[in-house]
Design a protein around this ligand. Structure first.
Ligand code: HEM
Length: 460
């Protein structure tokens, strides 16, 4: 016996992703290439690695266990403020649903989430269908359907009519410019702050905020009782403000009302655009999908129960969410020292939870690059393992609108398939743009082979 004191094991050193001097690997964090980049790094470095550059260090947690960790421990160790508060400030507030945590977050979510659910949408299928019918009715055999623009127009107007009983048609370019530029300047830092001083941006900001302020005024004047309608998001916000005016300022109400567009517009539209891209690319699924769409509309406008039973359409959409998740990762700040996978990460560190890295791992999804909706069929259900499928994020801030998003995407896909026989452009190579949410670029079109049923018949 030597009397030596046993040494505690040396802390494991977190590997760093190499990159050029000064800029380091930080410049690889482009939104539309993020999942591919983080998946490659996970393969090389394992579940914890550093992305560095410009004097900054970000620690990435990746893989199914990272998602499970975020689900179980996130409420204790993650803070959202640093990632999202700069965005709030563009709207004149210092807090919002996504930038706060704990009890304050629960208070926002209790009020805002009700009108983002699938059950809320199911009670308003008709106004949602009316929008897509209007936009489809302009298309004739031989026309080219411009996928990205079509999806943005349809989804934005559906959110306006269903969630806030308004219209966004006259404001669509303003909303897109204002919301996209603000996120790119303040959240993803893809654009310089100067972008917010350009006249086109300032005009778009003024018009977008005025649209929401006018809607709020309208809701104050005509309550659900006097107008004879069911309460929508703005009614819920005004009721919450009346019950607790110290919590809800007028600016908080305005932020939450425009939040439907900030959170829902590009996310759902771009996902629908990827679904249509896959539709053009995989004609082998068209027969089953069209048959299901015909069943949806066989007896006139769909009954809510029918939307719950669309196995082919649903699997097709889930596979698109797996391969084209438009929000590939989350950014947070650690509120305390954390040990994960044997590594210790200090309090105050900015972390990225690479939520969708498992979508591309062969251990989770065999032959992961292969488009195969049947992964989600009974008997396979490859997504039903902890932490492997997270297109809507994980933890306390998990998407509040996933029910609304999936409902709208399914409804629109069924309506499009019922109305048009579409054909993909075999020469189109997928090119993605990120403003900041990833989308197929504007060159993606689908050709209308024939009109199967008149669009107005969707509502007949
Ligand atoms: C396919 C479409 C969508 C995808 C993939 C998606 C994805 C996400 C993700 C990943 C988050 C978490 C962000 C974070 O934690 O930092 C999130 C949050 C959120 N989403 Fe969605 N989203 C979609 C559509 C929608 C829609 C249509 C709405 C509402 C109209 C919506 C409302 C929200 C809200 C309110 C939050 C913040 C929740 C909170 O902080 O508690 N989303 N979404």
């Amino acid at each position: 016996m030597t009397g030596a004191v046993p040494l505690s094991p040396a802390p494991r050193v977190i590997p760093s992703v190499p990159g050029p001097p000064v800029l380091g690997s930080l410049t690889q964090l482009w939104p539309h290439r993020l999942r591919t980049f983080l998946t490659r790094c996970h393969e090389t470095h394992g579940p914890v690695f550093h992305v560095t550059g410009l004097g900054r260090t970000i620690t990435v947690l990746a893989g199914p266990d990272a998602n499970v960790f975020a689900m179980k421990e996130g409420h204790r160790v993650f803070r959202s403020r640093e990632a999202w508060q700069p965005n709030d400030q563009a709207f004149g507030v210092n807090r919002s649903l996504i930038s706060v945590d704990g009890e304050e977050h629960r208070a926002f979510r209790r009020v805002e989430a009700r009108t983002y659910t699938r059950s809320y949408l199911l009670e308003r299928l008709r106004p949602a269908l009316a929008v897509v019918a209007e936009d489809l009715s302009a298309l004739r055999a031989g026309d080219a359907l411009p996928v990205a623009a079509f999806c943005k127009a349809v989804i934005t107007e559906q959110l306006a009519r269903v969630v806030v009983n308004g219209t966004a048609r006259p404001f669509l370019p303003d909303l897109l410019t204002f919301v996209q530029t603000t996120l790119m300047v303040r959240v993803t830092q893809q654009r310089p702050a100067l972008a917010e001083h350009l006249p086109a941006f300032r005009r778009a900001r003024t018009r977008s905020l005025r649209m929401v302020e006018d809607l709020i005024d309208e809701h104050r004047r005509h309550t659900p009782e006097t107008a004879g309608r069911a309460p929508d998001l703005i009614d819920d916000l005004l009721a919450a403000q009346a019950a607790d005016p110290a919590f809800w300022s007028d600016l908080d109400v305005r932020m939450a009302a425009i939040g439907a567009f900030v959170a829902g517009m590009d996310t759902a539209a771009n996902t629908l655009a990827f679904v249509l891209y896959r539709l053009g690319r995989h004609p082998e699924y068209a027969v089953d999908l069209m048959a299901e769409a015909d069943r949806v509309f066989a007896d006139g406008p769909p009954h809510p129960d029918v939307l719950a039973d669309l196995p082919h359409l649903h699997r097709f959409v889930l596979e698109c969410l797996r391969l084209h998740p438009i929000a590939p990762a989350l950014t947070r700040t650690l509120t305390q020292d954390v040990t994960f996978a044997g590594y210790t990460i200090p309090a105050g560190r900015q972390v990225i939870i690479a939520t969708t890295v498992p979508h591309g791992l062969p251990d989770c999804y065999p032959d992961p690059a292969h488009f195969d909706p049947d992964r989600f069929a009974p008997g396979r259900m490859e997504h039903r393992r902890p932490g492997v499928f997270a297109p809507y994020g994980v933890g306390t801030h998990v998407c509040a609108g996933s029910g609304m998003a999936e409902g709208l995407i399914l409804l629109n896909l069924a309506a499009i398939l019922r109305t048009l026989d579409l054909e993909g452009d075999p020469t189109y190579q997928l090119r993605e743009v990120a403003r900041p949410t990833a989308s197929p670029d504007d060159r993606l079109t689908l050709r209308v082979r024939s009109v199967r049923h008149r669009a107005v018949s969707l509502l007949a």
